[in-house]
Design a protein around this ligand. Sequence first.
Ligand SMILES: Nc1ncnc2c1ncn2[C@@H]1O[C@H](COP(=O)(O)OP(=O)(O)OP(=O)(O)O)[C@@H](O)[C@H]1O
Ligand SMILES: [Mg+2]
Length: 217
Amino acid sequence: MIVAKNIVKSFGDLQVLKGIDLKIEEGEIVCIIGESGAGKTTFLQILGTLDRPDSGEILFNNVNAMNLKEKQLSKFRNQNIGFVFQFHHLLPEFTALENVCIPGFIANRSKSVTEKKAKDILHFFKLDDRLDHKPSELSGGEQQRVAVARALINQPKLILADEPSGNLDSRNKKELHQLLLRTRNEFNQTIVIVTHDRLVEKISDRILTMKDGIILH
Ligand SMILES: Nc1ncnc2c1ncn2[C@@H]1O[C@H](COP(=O)(O)OP(=O)(O)OP(=O)(O)O)[C@@H](O)[C@H]1O
Ligand SMILES: [Mg+2]
């Protein structure tokens, strides 16, 4: 489903990615681990087409994402990729419910359908009583669950998660992992998770280690 070919990326003189080759099958859960600064977030951003590599290619079902124009690319991302960021990036002036709905509205889905779906997902995360809270009125773990709900709303084929369980206690961590596993089993989504959390390895089909800008195979 996704093929990364010889991805190279530098920031100034600092070469962060040194030629990454990776193939990910549809429906696979892949976990990427590695030391802080190894280039995991940088690679995930490139995989999600949020950033461009200096050289190399990203192919989604044989389509080269780099050839899409900016507008097509945004549409492609909105419909195909769900992001859970290392820092959750919720919009502070919107409520939990609104934050989850936004990708649905961008995809032109109706308000009622999108809100119903958002409420279902937020219910699953036990946030029924927090729909009207703004991010600053939520705990760290609640904010992270809202961010995961937002990534799931459009049922993307690919979910990219950067430390999704970073702010969660162990019970919520386990539940989040089970939820990811369940969505994959139900919708055959492909999931790439960057994490320091060894528990994620339990739900992963494959564990990759990044070190100094390369993936150790
Ligand atoms: N925009 C940028 N400009 C300059 N250097 C950057 C930039 N983004 C990242 N870096 C550097 O690139 C390296 C890789 O960063 P990256 O965020 O990919 O690491 P990481 O593996 O995700 O680490 P962590 O586990 O701490 O999140 C780091 O040394 C970082 O300082
Ligand atoms: Mg990171």
